[in-house]
Design a protein around this ligand. Structure first.
Ligand code: UDP
Length: 239
């Protein structure tokens, strides 16, 4: 079809879990390949794609193996986990004929290049997929906050938050069968109804910068492409 994409530049937030598939932890090969091919479909229609990848599938600083650890140390481990995911993503993109660049918020110069904003913008203009690794580079933050921050920095039109649920619901759809999905929702309403879409820091940043967030399901095949083509998918949280 000759339909035009709804966005020119997007920031896709993928949680570490999105690479896990049905496994208990780590990176599932088939899952990462599918994720990357979905991203490829979007680049093919000329949309510039930046990805912020999480690390929860490998390490979560506030839980599990980090119990009793110094919080900042655990968080740095979490950030390093995102670097591993970013390398795996970029490698899978390469294998599928895409060009990816990993940029890290923490200097690991033998492995990945550092995040430099003008360079990221240049790569995006060149049609390369930029994978932002190491979150914000700071402990006590999350990759959701990194997604809001980088999204604002690169002038993304929207933050696409890929989750296991296909949008924002009035209540937890797993617990409440009467829960209904919002098509659209204002930031203010999301706050007053206490709908936990992202962590508070990330959410506040998006709200202040008037950077809309679309929450959609990564489990549904083709959902990313439909979102980018402006089809009704998931929930849009707007200013
Ligand atoms: N993290 C951090 N600062 C950041 C981003 C991430 O300290 O800016 C750490 C934090 O410990 C977090 C872990 O990295 O638990 C993995 O990130 P996140 O939980 O956001 O990953 P996701 O849930 O998206 O897989």
């Amino acid at each position: 079809s000759n339909a035009k994409p709804a966005h020119k530049r997007i920031l896709l937030k993928l949680s570490g879990e999105a690479l896990m598939g049905d496994d208990q932890f780590g990176i599932n090969r088939a899952t990462i390949e599918r994720m990357v091919s979905e991203i490829g479909e979007v680049t093919k229609v000329g949309v510039q794609v930046a990805v912020v990848i999480g690390g929860g599938n490998i390490f979560r600083g506030v839980a599990g193996g980090s119990v009793g650890m110094d919080r900042a140390t655990a968080d740095y481990m979490g950030m390093l986990a995102t670097v591993m995911n970013a390398l795996a993503l970029a490698d899978a993109m390469d294998k599928q004929g895409m060009t990816a660049r990993v940029m890290s918020a923490i200097a690991i110069e033998q492995v990945v290049e550092p995040y430099v904003r003008p360079k990221a913008l240049q790569y995006l203009e060149e049609g390369k997929v930029v994978v932002f690794a190491a979150g914000t580079g700071n402990p006590f933050f999350t990759t959701d906050t990194a997604a809001a921050l980088r999204g604002a920095e690169i002038g993304a039109e929207v933050v696409l938050k890929a989750t296991k649920v296909d949008g924002v619901y009035t209540a937890d759809p797993m617990k409440d069968s009467t829960a209904t999905r919002y098509d659209k929702l204002a930031f203010d309403e999301a706050i007053s109804r206490n709908l936990g879409i992202m962590d508070a820091t990330a959410f506040a940043l998006c709200r202040d910068q008037k950077l809309p967030i679309r929450v959609f399901s990564i489990v549904k095949p083709g959902a990313l492409k439909r979102v980018v083509m402006g089809e009704d998918e998931g929930t849009l949280v707007y200013a």
